[in-house]
Design a protein around this ligand. Structure first.
Ligand code: ZN
Length: 472
């Protein structure tokens, strides 16, 4: 008893010492941050002032002006770099990739997929620039200050668990001895133990999901960690508002997933008519974000039957088909107190979220034989309540809810990521993309000289995508 009391007193003493050390560290980091921000702020202000003054001088030849701008930029870069080294606060960029494939056809979204040769160029760039790749556990130890990382640490992550991560990215990662983390959505893991290759089935190249065999081979290599991307990855109705009806020519992964919840890894093999023409498409949002709206199965059935009776595909060739379906909905509402379904209660939402977060963690941990500890929020949607459920109830060490730069003293439960991909300027242009990737990494690490070019590039990308959207 006495011995235990002594132990308790000693450990209490250790705890308070450790707490004091952490508090000192936090204070030091705050001071260093101020030094860095104010230093770089001053440098930018000088740069802008010099540019404004330079505007008035019009008898300088263009090449001298160009030389001055290039010289000033190089000088600024050096100054900010030396500030970064002096402050000594190591920020860890965590990159977010999705697919690595020559042709990716599953989800048409610009920049979601990177060609293998481009991904290889990224890894070459990391190697040339002296980056070292790390796991998320190492980043967490860096955030808590337990084991701060040194040099130029970097983390590579992939979301969704596409098979091409194994087919194309894994060989490249092995070649460079680079570590990476794959966030897998548990419902999408193919329940097969065999390892697939393109010689057996060339169609795998355009899109499929990882199976347990491929996952285990990657984990056993010691380079890849598997973490959770929750279970369903769904988008669910969030309001009693129908915005469209499923019809020929539409592609809607979420509707297909909901119609065939047990076929998620192969959802893309389903034909549109299997999903059901006429199915109402509600205003949707991330499944986890809040209570969802549950449409009555009867309204969905009534609409699909109406379309089938009107000729299926050909129904949508008649003028006024939308008004006709709207009328079916109106009649249904009149019979059911103005509603087409009901909202989930807060308790039901909580239970569903807990099931997704705990369920995916348990299923993935069991499948790979190692504990899953990190969560990437699907669709990047999270809020304080979700974060509390993930950490306090579902037991995750951290999630991708960070909004900082992954430096010691930041919230150790939130990891911040930056999107990486191809077409950062709205079109495939490898040289430009590589330069911009370099700029994003430098900016994340604290060289704020790159803020303006990175911001301008994001505007250019938005403009290019708006003026000339890619064909999907
Ligand atoms: Zn995702």
């Amino acid at each position: 008893m006495r011995r235990r009391m002594v132990d308790a007193v000693q450990s209490e003493g250790e705890v308070s010492q450790a707490e004091a050390r952490r508090a000192r560290n936090r204070k030091r980091i705050r001071q260093l941050k101020w030094l860095q921000y104010s230093g770089i702020g001053t440098v930018w202000a000088l740069f802008v002032a010099a540019a404004l003054v330079g505007v008035g001088v019009d008898d300088i030849p263009w090449w001298v002006a160009l030389l001055l701008i290039v010289g000033a930029t190089v000088l600024l870069d050096r100054v900010t770099r030396s500030l970064m080294v002096q402050t000594g606060v190591i920020k860890v960029p965590v990159l977010m990739y999705h697919s690595v494939a020559p042709e990716f056809e599953l989800i048409p979204a610009p920049g979601l997929s990177v060609r293998p040769e481009v991904f290889a160029a990224h890894l070459r760039l990391f190697e040339e620039d002296g980056y070292t790749t790390h796991t998320l556990s190492e980043v967490r130890a860096h955030l808590t200050g337990e084991a701060p990382l040194q040099g130029k640490p970097l983390v590579i992550t992939f979301d969704d668990g596409y098979l091409d991560n194994y087919l194309y990215a894994f060989p490249i990662l092995k070649k460079y001895g680079a570590k990476a983390t794959i966030f897998v959505a548990a419902d999408f893991v193919e329940d097969i133990q065999a390892v697939r290759d393109l010689d057996q089935d060339a169609s795998l190249a355009t899109g499929a999901y990882l199976g347990w065999g491929e996952i285990r081979e990657m984990v056993e290599s010691g380079l890849i960690e598997i973490e959770s991307h929750a279970a369903s990855h769904d988008m669910l109705p969030r309001a009693d508002r129908i915005v469209d009806y499923f019809r020929p020519g539409l592609r809607n992964p979420w509707l297909t997933w909901r119609a065939f919840p047990h076929e998620k890894p192969r959802w893309f093999l389903r034909r549109p008519e299997d999903v059901g023409f006429g199915r109402p498409i509600y205003e949707c949002g991330s499944a986890l974000e809040g209570p969802c709206f549950r449409p009555d199965p009867e309204i969905e059935q009534r609409l699909m039957e109406h379309v089938a009776a009107g000729g299926g595909r050909s129904f949508f060739r008649t003028i006024g088909w939308r008004d006709e379906l709207d009328r079916v909905v109106m009649e249904y509402r009149a019979e059911h107190g103005g509603k087409t379904g009901r909202f989930e209660t807060q308790e039901e939402w909580r239970d569903r979220v807990r099931e997704e977060l705990v369920g995916s963690r348990v299923r993935l941990s069991r499948g790979i034989g190692r504990e899953v500890r990190f969560l990437a929020w699907p669709h990047d949607c999270f809020n304080e309540r979700l974060q509390a459920i993930a950490v306090d109830e579902a037991g995750y060490a951290a999630t991708t809810s960070g909004l900082h730069q992954n430096e010691p003293g930041d919230d150790a439960h939130g990891i911040s990521r930056i999107p990486a991909g191809e077409g950062l300027l709205g079109r495939r242009w490898q040289r430009g993309d590589l330069w911009l990737l370099r700029a994003h990494l430098a900016l994340f690490r604290g060289n704020y000289l790159y803020y303006l070019p990175a911001f301008l590039a994001s505007r250019v990308r938005a403009l290019v995508l708006r003026l000339a959207p890619p064909r999907s």
